[in-house]
Write a protein that binds this ligand. Sequence first.
Ligand SMILES: Cc1cc2nc3c(=O)[nH]c(=O)nc-3n(C[C@H](O)[C@H](O)[C@H](O)COP(=O)(O)OP(=O)(O)OC[C@H]3O[C@@H](n4cnc5c(N)ncnc54)[C@H](O)[C@@H]3O)c2cc1C
Length: 379
Amino acid sequence: MFDADIGIIGIGTMGSMAMWQLAKSGASIIGFEQFGTGHDRSAAGGETRIFRTAYPSGLEYIPLLKEAKNLWLQLEFETGNDLYTQTDGLAIGDQNSISLTNMIESIHTFQLDHEILSFDDAKKRFPQHKLLPNQIAILDKHAGFLRPQYAIVSAVQRAEELGAMVYRQTRVEEINSDKNGVCVKANGREYKFGQVLITTGPWASTLLPYFNKLIEVRRLINTWFVPKDLQLFSPDTFPVFQREGNHVYYYGIPSVDGATVKISRSTTTNDRMIDPDSLNRTIELEELASIKQLVQDHLPDLYPDPVRVSAYMEGYTPDHHAIVGRLPDDSNIMVACGFSGHGFKMAPAIGKLAADILLKNASTYSIDHLSPNRFIAVN
Ligand SMILES: Cc1cc2nc3c(=O)[nH]c(=O)nc-3n(C[C@H](O)[C@H](O)[C@H](O)COP(=O)(O)OP(=O)(O)OC[C@H]3O[C@@H](n4cnc5c(N)ncnc54)[C@H](O)[C@@H]3O)c2cc1C
């Protein structure tokens, strides 16, 4: 006798979206979350996440992102909550860079609405950015920002309305699987499921120790700056952006609080950490030097001292594509983890994929680039 058809371990970004999609399909589900829903101790904190459609990481992502956009709007419709703000999105860089070349390929292949702005055009339209002479900008017309913690709480709230159950402040300690199903130990109790979805983000290797070799946990810092003129950085004047400068990737999101603008650098292997249970949430002054310099050099209408800083973490795979699918050596267990710093935008589409795989053993489009089989030997 099962406690539910499907157990979901980790109700963060991917777990909440899978739970919503599974609940919509009528499956019986129990979710386990070690903290509260919408907490900021892992990959989803920091107020905002960029959504964009023209993508540098592979053409396979475009169908996924188009579906994600529809599902974000669907979640807004079902909950009445304002989760996504359209701002358009700028990608600034050398016109011959790999990243911009890949984005242009995705734009042409999928006929995505866009504009390519020369150095002079970009300077005129977006004077907030100080471009370097060889740089151009691509304006993606299907881009904006999401509110991550609000989105997670909204998806969980909707899933619960549809009958799903969530155990909060409940850490799963162990899972054991055999041909009859999967046994989950938490809170001194055992729960039995037909199938289990593991969406534990940076904690992937806690329950699946061999994921230790596949998922590198990195600490990521977010930083917020005060504008000299707020009008220049509102959602209708300042599109979300990403840019490379001095070999550092960084990105920005317009002001959502009417006082500050989030400008943050992307991570590198230097941000590697050992144990997700000991995330250092204190930020040292020297950790802020590179982002302060970038703001000073490239965004002169912001004061270069950050007024707010915070630290989060994320799991990175060796090829920076996530691991999504049934485990080759145990088909009752599915994983969706290792989103490598770019998973939030696609989260509801991943939730839908997980529901389709768990309930129908099918997916609407190819996700071979995310298959666990690329790292784990098939028996
Ligand atoms: C600072 C930062 C900025 C980012 N910016 C962007 C962006 O602009 N755009 C974008 O698309 N992506 C962005 N990303 C990436 C994106 O946020 C992540 O890819 C995504 O949130 C990962 O989701 P997840 O479900 O794997 O992990 P999480 O959201 O962390 O969820 C994992 C959950 O599992 C729970 N858990 C773990 N172990 C257990 C257990 N044993 N029992 C019970 N619960 C457990 C955790 O508490 C957590 O709630 C960013 C990430 C960071 C950190």
